[in-house]
Design a protein around this ligand. Sequence first.
Ligand SMILES: Cc1ncc(COP(=O)(O)O)c(C=O)c1O
Length: 512
Amino acid sequence: MTPPMVDGLRTMELGSPGEMRAGLNGLVLAGRKTATAGLVNQHEDEAEQTEQVGERLALVDDSRTRVGVVVVDRVERRRLADVDWSFAQDEGEGFTSLEHWRQAHRDYWASVGYQVTDASEVELIWFHLEQGLDTLAIHAGQEPDPATGAVNVPIYATSTYAQDGVGVMRTGLGVGYDYSRSGNPTRTALQDCVAALEAGSSGFAFASGMAAEDTLIRALLQPGDHVVIPDDAYGGTYRLFARVLARWGIRFTPAPLDDLAAVAAAVEEDTRLVWAETPTNPLLTVADITALADLAHRGGARLVVDNTFATPVLQQPLRLGADVVLHSTTKYLGGHSDVVGGALVVDDDEVAAALEFHQNAMGAVNGPFDAFLTLRGIKTLGVRMQRHCDNAEAIVRVLAEHPRVTQVLYPGLAGNRGHDVAVRQMSRFGAMISFRVAGGADAAAQVCSRTRLFTLAESLGGVESLIELPGQMTHASVQGSPLEVPGDLVRLSVGIESTDDLVDDVRWALSE
Ligand SMILES: Cc1ncc(COP(=O)(O)O)c(C=O)c1O
């Protein structure tokens, strides 16, 4: 019997060994049940198709009303005797031992007419509840505090944790903590939230974006290894490779990431990472993430994508084939220019283990106060990004027509190199705009000093609008290098103020 469809999706029926039946969907919705077991011969008798990895299934109640959607992460067939305790825990139904799990399942299957033995084949399905990005931003990793019910994750301002015996951690929050460099519940919440937003399995939060970069590179590379970096990378990334890591034997080659042949030519036998920013800071170059991932993987390298400018609201690099996503959470994720931080997200247990080890061993962790502020910022990421984009588009329209502007760099402009790729991989084009001013660096500097609402300042991604001259400010560190940026380039980080006020400010700054 083929199970009925709901909203065009096959349905997910959760069998249950006991009294849990009525509450099973609730366990899934609360994130406590992330796996389920089916009897293979039962499927075959009922001619059911087995679930496929990546398949979306409607979770239905007894009256076949959809109460959620789940996505299948992993499917395995095992003998009943080979099901292990970690699966029994993922089933989330309160089993107290593996034998309890086995007996309950034998009894359940017997009650629906199937005798099972230790040799019976069972299908194990792991899944997660699908939720929209705005829901994840507010809830992922942020269950109400189990001790008090506090709706917001508390700032766990503690360096150490009482242990219940020598080496016996308290597990009231699900995991045990012993020292806040190794783990802190406020940081855990931020890490889980960022991982969910980027569709990864593990997240790591650091003291700054640069600390995230350094930890990633030292976790994955050895002296002698080689990295391809963007030829217009963020100045601090270039400085890290050129002036710090080069002394420790990491080699690098800058390449234009929007030219795949040039990237391929830059890849060497020892290339372990292709490092992408897209769009880049400050030239807004767009790199094709899927194509770069293919190219990197063919050469035995991993693809890192710095997603600081786009954020997961506009683009999710792991879904496009990247191996690691990096953020300066100082920017849009924090969103209020009140905290510095960085994050890494991966969907690979081996890389996650290396990052976890190095995060603790190197120690550049995000503190609990900073994690709290960043989490608070993330809650409004979705609505902020839409407003940022609305304002940026209005300003781009003014710049594109202005006689003093010689070039506008914005991935959303049809004429821009990279526009077609941006249309494919981004949902909108972000709120960073660069433009060149007729009359050279002095004229550009004059524009920067005339705005009233746009504040002349480094950084980006906050609710307030900022203007800067990259050649003399954020990118001064790449002057004289292959990454030098034009002196007449002005960069805007468009905030979420009223659109007309921002447009008027830009017009005023450009008026002679
Ligand atoms: C694209 C990009 N990546 C990384 C960083 C470094 O982040 P942080 O300043 O948080 O160390 C920045 C900072 O401006 C950036 O713009």
